[in-house]
Design a protein around this ligand. Structure first.
Ligand code: ACO
Length: 343
C-alpha cells in the first residue's frame, strides 16, 4: 500500500500477504505454502519464522545466519531474569512475558530502525523463548534456566524448561504446535503491536502491546478455557450430560469450537488432534483426550451444519499437556504467544 493514512483514521487492518485462509474449504497457506505440506515436510519453526519475517524460505546459509541471531537472544541479561524472579510465584506467565519484554524495552533505547529490525526480530524470538523458560520455571518453583544448543528452537526451549534432554517426539510435537500457531492473519494482538510500532516505538514495546491484547480469554487465553472445560468434565462418560446441560441449553459455548473465518474443520485443529493422539498417551492428558473426542463428536453432530467445527485451540492444550506442561498460571497461552512473536 502506497498511501499513508495519518492517525490511523478509518483504518481497518484485515489483510496480510503472509497468510491466506479459505474458511469454506478449510485451507490455510503461509506465503503460498499449504500448511499440511509444511507440517508433512517437517519444516522447522526457524524456517517458518524466517518465511514470515522475509517473505520467502531461507537458503541453507540464510537459515544458519538467522539461527545465530536467534540464539544470541537466549543469553538474557541478569536484570531481565531478576525482573521475573522477583515476582510472586502465583503470577500469570503471559504477564511475566510482558514483564521481561518491558525490561528490554526500558533498556534498549532503540526506537524504530527498519534496517536493523530484521536482525533484531530474530534475536527477540530467542529472547521470548528465554523469558518464557525463566517465567514457567519460576511459577513452578524452579531456578532459571536459559535455552541452549543449535539443534533446533523447540528442542533448546524444552531443554531449558524441563532441564533435561527432550525426546524426539516431544521436540517434534513442540515444533509442530509452534509452526501451526504462527498463523498470523491479523488478530487483536498483531493489530495492537502494529499500532504501538506505528509511533516508531521499538520492537520490544510492540511485543508488550501485542501481549497485552493477546492475554484476554477471547484471544490467547481461550486455549486455557478449552482445556479447563475438559478438566471440568473429567471423564468421557460425563461428556454427553455436560454438553446437553450447558451447550445445548445455551448456558455455555463449547470452547475450542467455532471460528470467525473457518466454517469447516480448521486444518490446524485436524493436525493438532493427530499430534495429541501421539503425545497424550498417559495420565491426565490421555483421559482428557478421550473427553475431547467425545465432545468433538457431540459438537460436530449438533453444530456442524451451522459451520461450527473444532478450531486450533481444541487440541493444542492437550498437545502441551502431553509434552509435559501443567495447565496452570497461563502457561498454555504463554506457549502460544512464543509462536506469535515471529510476526
Ligand atoms: N459453542 C456454541 N455455540 C457457538 C459456538 C460455540 N463454540 N460458536 C458459535 N456459536 C453460536 C453462537 O452462540 C451464535 O448463535 P446464535 O446465532 O444463536 O446467537 C452463532 O453460533 C454465531 O456465533 P458468533 O459468535 O457470532 O460467530 P463468530 O463466527 O463471530 O464467532 C467465535 C467465532 C468467537 C470464535 C465463536 O465461535 C466462539 O465464541 N467460540 C468459542 C471460543 C473459542 O473457541 N475461541 C477461539 C477462537 S479461534 C482461535 O483462537 C484459534
Amino acid at each position: 500500500m502506497d498511501d499513508v493514512i495519518k492517525g490511523l483514521e478509518d483504518v481497518n487492518i484485515k489483510w496480510t500477504r503472509l497468510t491466506s485462509v479459505d474458511g469454506e474449504k478449510g485451507i490455510l497457506r503461509y506465503v503460498g505454502y499449504d500448511i499440511e505440506e509444511i507440517v508433512d515436510k517437517r519444516a522447522s519453526a526457524e524456517e517458518i519464522q524466517y518465511l514470515f519475517l522475509n517473505g520467502e524460505l531461507p537458503t541453507g546459509e540464510e537459515l544458519e545466519r538467522f539461527k545465530e541471531k536467534l540464539e544470541e537472544g537466549y543469553d538474557l541479561p541478569d536484570y531481565v531474569i531478576n525482573s521475573i524472579t522477583g515476582m510472586p510465584r502465583s503470577s500469570d506467565v503471559v504477564g511475566l512475558q510482558m514483564q521481561g519484554m518491558s525490561s528490554l524495552a526500558a533498556t534498549s533505547h532503540l526506537g524504530w530502525n527498519a534496517e536493523s529490525n530484521r536482525d533484531l526480530a530474530a534475536k527477540v524470538i530467542g529472547q521470548m523463548a528465554a523469558i518464557t523458560s525463566v517465567s514457567i520455571r519460576h511459577v513452578l518453583g524452579k531456578k532459571p534456566e536459559l535455552p541452549w544448543g543449535s539443534d533446533g528452537f523447540s528442542k533448546s526451549f524444552l531443554r531449558a524448561v524441563f532441564d533435561k534432554e527432550p525426546t524426539e517426539k516431544q521436540a517434534w510435537a513442540m515444533n509442530t504446535v509452534n509452526v501451526l500457531y504462527m498463523d498470523p492473519e491479523v488478530p487483536a494482538s498483531t493489530s495492537a503491536g502494529l499500532v504501538a510500532v506505528s509511533t516508531l516505538a521499538d520492537l520490544y514495546s510492540g511485543v508488550v502491546a501485542a501481549l497485552a491484547a493477546f492475554k484476554g480469554p477471547m484471544h490467547g487465553g481461550a486455549v486455557d478455557q478449552a482445556v479447563q472445560q475438559l478438566i471440568d468434565i473429567g471423564d468421557p462418560e460425563n461428556a454427553e450430560e455436560w454438553f446437553n446441560k450447558n451447550v445445548v441449553l445455551g448456558k455455555k459455548k463449547l470452547m475450542g469450537f467455532g471460528h470467525r473465518v473457518y466454517k469447516t474443520y480448521d486444518p490446524r485443529a485436524r493436525i493438532l488432534g493427530s499430534v495429541a493422539d501421539l503425545v497424550a498417551l498417559t495420565g491426565d492428558s490421555a483421559r482428557l483426550l478421550q473427553v475431547a473426542k467425545a465432545l468433538e463428536k457431540l459438537g460436530i453432530s449438533t453444530m456442524g451444519t451451522r459451520g461450527i467445527y473444532p478450531n486450533a485451540d481444541f487440541y493444542s492444550g492437550l498437545v502441551y499437556m502431553g509434552i509435559g506442561f501443567p495447565p496452570s498460571n497461563g502457561i498454555y497461552p504463554a506457549l502460544f504467544a512464543i509462536s506469535r512473536v515471529s510476526l
